[in-house]
Design a protein around this ligand. Sequence first.
Ligand SMILES: N[C@H](CCC[C@H](N)C(=O)O)C(=O)O
Length: 277
Amino acid sequence: MERLAFTKMQGLGNDFVVLDGVTRRLALAPEQIRHLADRRLGVGCDQVLVVEPATAPDADFRYRIFNADGGEVEHCGNGVRCLARFLLERGLTERRELTLQTGEGRAVVRVCSDGPVTVDMGPPILDPARIPFQAPAEATSYALRVDGTMLEIAAVSMGNPHAVLAVEDVDRAPVAQLGPSIESHPDFPRRVNAGFMQVVDRGHIRLRVFERGVGETLACGTGACAAVVAGRLRGWLDDSVAVDLPGGRLVIHWSGRGEPVWMTGPAVTVFDGVISI
Ligand SMILES: N[C@H](CCC[C@H](N)C(=O)O)C(=O)O
């Protein structure tokens, strides 16, 4: 057993155990990630985030994301905001604007002095082969058979895969019933996050997300980006959209194909701790 220092953080209730892999290299096994994420036996979180020295010349730091099920994934929007604040508060940087490298992607994060954090999340990926999603060609919506029912979804990657379903009322959306079946649908070979989006007007949506590897969370940053991209491509939304999730509001801006998606929202440090693992 070793003693591991961590910081508990959250972005609109999407919560994280954040680890400093810069001062000392960390190599955690999936069962150790699951233990950290366990809300009774460990610390409890939706994702474990590890920040490390960058390996790419254009990045300041690299970060790795692990879902509560122990699986490593490509991106985390709420998490990248929390990481930028973590780096500043731990004295690992003095810069308020940072380029964070994640998988193949980059996020440029700006920590505002009065609280909110803005992120250039990069452009969405719409090519099915890169999402990845099994479809003959790119489209603004796809028919997907789930539990014997044909659903109309959008498929968008922000580095991580998202299926977005439009619903009349998110409060009555079948998140628990359909979320697991969409998450593990065979047409998404790496599984998928399932977003349930209610369009309120052209500048406002409500959203719930059944996250890959976690289940329903209070907020999903990449899910909010993917939902706005999906809605804008369908002609339902303008460039700037307020996204109300169960945990609170994100503001997303996307001016169209090839352009980056911008996300603004909070990042909160809850407590520091040490756990034997
Ligand atoms: N569950 C996601 C990772 C975390 C995304 C979410 N917490 C966010 O804020 O973007 C996935 O498997 O792709």
